[in-house]
Design a protein around this ligand. Structure first.
Ligand SMILES: [Zn+2]
Length: 394
């Protein structure tokens, strides 16, 4: 018995050894994880004979019903959410699918004779692989810094430009137009007083039948789609607030001072919901709603309540994974062209230029990959033999 089981690695190993295992926790997050790793696979994740009706005949087959249901309802959640908000992640005219969008937070240059909106970028690389070098090249144009995409297959590389040096490092900002420097204290003040913004810079895409990524600059159409998602968020948020009696966007304050998370309030993210942009919020509250609806539908279809709760718990973990990959604290990992999730370490550091994913990209970090991970783990955990069987054998 493990009275402080946490994420459950000790009871899991005990279970694998065939011991009668008990885990105790009072942290509700840990309890949910324990249920999903230790309890439900043992209780419901057995390969059994399932009777099914195919047309007029009844057939029998061997299957792990829990795995199949998580897969089936995971797909249902995805399709229902997509019907509603898929329109906010449109394909390009040539059929390319957006993998996601690269954003930069912005601060106004403090030099009164300049006043450019400075996009905060720790570096300019889009892809930095041995055989693929692509980056954003900034140039000042009027009141806004403009970009070109340069590198292999794009515009020619400029000389004397180091893409690994961006506009910001440790909250010190250098204006790319006039060279003026903003110190860290001023940068934080600008964030805390709401004088900052954010700007969509580029779109990462893939062709239908390939996972190879290509890039283009964000256009007016991309911004228009985002604005519509922003409007839809207001509508959806209000609707769910009335239905659920709570704000669907987390409105709890980020604890401060607290070393692991103090960067968030330091940069004006006072509530947990502030960690997501509008379209990310819309996506996450819509997926959450669909998971709740999936539970209702399971009950309507005659599922046992406890069993439906188990299936819903895995879908809930799917939403958690999506939140981890779809916050404004994730970065585009240029050395591998994938998304690096929020919890890369035990803290939430500020991210200046972040990556917003498309939940249906069929590529890095999307809903399918969240569910696939969960299914892999679940299938594996389901193979641990129950204690009773071992005893019967003995
Ligand atoms: Zn300037």
């Amino acid at each position: 018995m493990d009275p402080f089981a946490g994420g459950g690695s000790i009871p899991l190993e005990a279970l694998r050894l065939g011991c009668e295992t008990h885990a105790v926790e009072y942290n509700p997050v840990a309890v949910l994880i324990l249920k999903c790793t230790l309890e439900y696979p043992q209780k419901y994740g057995r390969v059994t004979r399932i009777k099914e009706r195919v047309g007029m005949v009844e057939v029998e087959r061997q299957a792990n019903r829990l795995v199949e249901d998580v897969k089936r309802w995971g797909r249902w959640v995805s399709e229902e959410a997509r019907k509603e908000i898929g329109v906010y992640y449109p394909e390009d005219e040539d059929g390319s699918i957006p993998v996601g969008y690269i954003w930069a937070r912005t601060v106004p240059c403090q030099n009164p004779s300049c006043g450019v909106e400075i996009p905060l970028m720790r570096q300019y690389w889009l892809a930095n692989k041995d055989k693929k070098k692509i980056f954003l090249y900034p140039y000042a144009y009027g009141k806004q810094v403009e970009f070109k995409i340069v590198g292999d297959g794009y515009e020619p590389m400029p000389n004397d430009f180091d893409p690994s040096k961006g506009t910001v490092s440790k909250a010190f900002v250098v204006c790319p137009a006039c060279g003026n420097v903003i110190d860290d204290k001023t940068t934080r003040k600008l964030f805390q007083t709401g004088r900052t913004g954010e700007r969509m810079i580029a779109v990462v895409l893939r062709k239908k039948n390939s996972d190879g990524k290509h890039y283009r600059l964000a256009t007016e159409r991309d911004l228009e789609v985002f604005r519509r998602a922003e409007e839809q968020l207001q509508v959806k948020r209000q609707k769910l607030m009335e239905e659920w009696g709570i704000d669907p966007v987390p409105d709890e304050m980020v604890p401060s001072p607290c070393h692991d998370v103090d960067r968030l309030p330091m940069y004006g993210m006072y509530k947990w919901g502030d960690v997501f942009n509008s379209r990310q919020k819309l996506a996450l509250i819509t997926f959450t709603e669909k998971v709740r609806q999936a539970y209702k539908k399971m009950i309507e279809e005659g599922y046992d309540e406890e069993y439906a709760k188990a299936v819903m718990s895995y879908l809930g973990l799917g939403v958690n994974r999506l939140a981890d990959y779809n916050s404004s604290l994730t970065v585009w990992a240029v050395a591998g062209e994938f998304i690096a999730h929020t919890f890369g370490r035990q803290a939430l550091p500020m991210v200046w230029d972040y990556f917003e994913l498309n939940p249906w990209s069929n590529s890095t970090g999307d809903w399918n990959s969240a569910i696939d991970w969960i299914l892999d783990v679940l299938s594996h955990l389901s193979q641990i033999l129950p204690v009773e069987l071992e005893e019967e054998k003995g």
